[in-house]
Design a protein around this ligand. Sequence first.
Ligand SMILES: Nc1ncnc2c1ncn2[C@@H]1O[C@H](COP(=O)(O)OP(=O)(O)O)[C@@H](O)[C@H]1O
Ligand SMILES: [Mg+2]
Length: 147
Amino acid sequence: MDMEIETPDQTDMNECISDPINREPQRIRRLDEAVVNRIAAGEVIQRPVSAVKELVENSIDADSTSISVIIKDGGLKLIQVSDDGHGIRYEDLPILCERHTTSKLSKFEDFLSIKSMGFRGEALASMTYVGHVTVTTITEGQLHGYR
Ligand SMILES: Nc1ncnc2c1ncn2[C@@H]1O[C@H](COP(=O)(O)OP(=O)(O)O)[C@@H](O)[C@H]1O
Ligand SMILES: [Mg+2]
């Protein structure tokens, strides 16, 4: 097999290097937390259907036997997912929609035996950055639920 490697002459090389004197580098700044959260939310919720997928996965993870989905205007007006799963504890509601809060994983080793569809604790938080989120839940044995 014959292989020929051509060395570019000096004039070609000069064309590739931009003039460093005329280009001041932009300053590097730390992004605000709100911007970081919105960028991360965009990775989880790219389209309304991504939110439907995340919510249905949560319902399945909650051992639901029945899941209902109501969509209005392609998900732009309303996405409502209801299930008959185990619900959410009252004490957990304050951190429910914060990033990286989950009931499905607590330590790194748990990764080795993941049995749930979600575990990153990012879906609900992401939804709060791209829409209005209302959670209504009741757990077994309770007389009333919470919203
Ligand atoms: N439909 C649901 N039924 C019961 N618990 C839920 C439901 N949706 C969410 N949760 C609870 O909220 C937590 C956060 O949900 P989410 O942000 O989707 O993260 P993840 O599913 O990765 O844990 C879940 O870990 C779960 O404990
Ligand atoms: Mg989830």
